[in-house]
Design a protein around this ligand. Structure first.
Ligand SMILES: C[S@@+](CC[C@H](N)C(=O)[O-])C[C@H]1O[C@@H](n2cnc3c(N)ncnc32)[C@H](O)[C@@H]1O
Ligand code: SF4
Length: 384
């Protein structure tokens, strides 16, 4: 048995459709007012899954994640058929974590029982804000009350529930965020994703930001909001295990951890990315982003992949450093050296530690809260 078959293996399923496009979002998501042929897309997903099973046979699936776009627009029978196919191609652990991302509108909440029956055991809700005016400004199609009702229903159906909030929004003061986050923590189950608003190129928010009509907290103000987030979440028993992800200890998302720990995953669907070892070499694969072109390719040749890059030892080590330092647990220095064939410069590590940016704990190295605020430059410094 090769070692890969014993390591965690994830399956990511990308559903690229949304009811409306939010003005801040640059995910691969599309609105199709004329509707889509869900049965035809399902057949495409099943074919692409079979392709991945032939590339990476014999794996033990430890987590599955339906992301988007808006996977809560999929009918429960589509989700069930994909889960059955995954179980048919690979061994799925009895306790595999199966997450679905849902938008918290009442229409989508009607599907929750169906997703649970299909095998989903964790729901991740895109609440984004608990303030109706701000939800409107974010282009969301639900109110705070509707989101809280969806959250209550999610907690009723699923053993594990997470929700997302976006902070550092237009005009948001530390006081406003503190009140909102305290309220969110009162409703939190076992996991929260708290993202600082990012202005993504090519989005309506980017145009407004460039024109000066959208001002968001940055620099000092954003750092203050980040520190406040850490303090309130820690005090509530949901410390950060990653830059933007908080959980009760033991309830971390196993699928997220798998990405950040550098394990393999197969990404199915338009625009999905994969990292899979094939015959001992790690491949970075990517699929066509346009849903219709992807589907046409899958129907013609069994998959919609367009990119296939093999990763060198150095690239793999850089990726492990980049991903691992996002985690509170940090990286395993011996593992990093064995991946890349060389150890980190110990003088650099000591200098960064004396500046309070990293912390060494035996064979592990982690970024401190202060280090996470300047994570990109920290990683560049270590990787140089
Ligand atoms: C794939 S998206 C959304 C899933 C789902 N469609 C929804 O909107 O609820 C995952 C999460 O990324 C976050 N996100 C998307 N764009 C962002 C941005 N520009 N800045 C910060 N967070 C963002 C949102 O919190 C969102 O819930
Ligand atoms: S935030 Fe969610 S609902 Fe909004 S466009 Fe992005 S993926 Fe779609």
């Amino acid at each position: 048995m090769s070692s890969e078959t014993e390591l965690p293996f994830g399956v990511y399923v990308h559903w690229p459709f949304c009811r409306a496009k939010c003005p801040y979002c640059d995910f691969n998501s599309h609105v199709r007012h004329g509707g889509i042929d869900e049965a035809r897309f399902l057949a495409g997903y099943l074919r692409e899954l079979a392709h991945f099973a032939s590339l990476a046979p014999g794996r033990n699936v430890s987590s599955i994640f339906f992301g988007g776009g808006t996977p809560s627009l999929m009918s429960p029978s589509t989700v069930a058929a994909i889960l059955d196919a995954i179980a048919g191609h690979w061994r799925a652990a009895d306790d595999a974590e199966i997450t679905l991302e849902a938008n918290p509108t009442s229409v989508e909440a009607e599907n929750f029982a169906g997703y649970r029956a299909a095998g989903v055991n964790r729901l991740s809700l895109g609440v984004q804000a608990l303030d109706d005016a701000d939800l409107k400004a974010l282009g969301r199609r639900h109110s705070a009350d509707e989101a809280l009702a969806a959250l209550a229903l999610a907690k009723h159906h699923f053993g594990r529930v997470s929700f997302d909030l976006i902070y550092a929004r237009e005009g948001q003061s530390a006081r406003h965020w503190e009140q909102e986050l305290r309220r969110a923590l009162d409703h939190a189950a076992d996991h929260l994703s708290l993202y600082q608003l990012t202005i993504e190129d090519g989005t309506p928010f980017a145009a407004r930001h460039a024109a000066g009509s959208l001002r968001i907290p940055d620099g000092e103000q954003a750092s203050e909001l980040y520190q406040l987030t850490q303090e309130l979440c820690e005090a509530a028993g949901l410390p950060a295990y990653e830059v933007s992800n908080h959980a009760r200890p033991g309830s971390e998302s196993r699928h997220n951890l798998l990405y950040w720990r550098g394990h393999d995953y197969a990404g199915i669907g338009p625009g999905a990315h994969s990292r899979v070892a094939i015959d001992g070499t790690k491949h970075a694969l990517s699929a066509i982003k346009s849903p219709e072109f992807w589907l046409a390719e899958v129907e013609a040749r069994g998959h919609g992949l367009i990119g296939d890059e093999t990763l060198s030892a150095e690239e793999l080590a850089d990726e492990y450093l980049l991903m691992g330092l996002r985690l509170s647990e940090g990286i395993d220095l011996a593992l990093l050296a064995s991946i890349g064939g060389r150890a980190l410069d110990s003088k650099k590590v000591s200098a960064l530690a004396s500046e309070g940016l990293v912390e060494r704990n035996g064979e592990r190295l982690a970024a401190t809260h202060k280090g996470r605020l300047v994570l990109n430059s920290l990683i560049l410094e270590l990787a140089a």
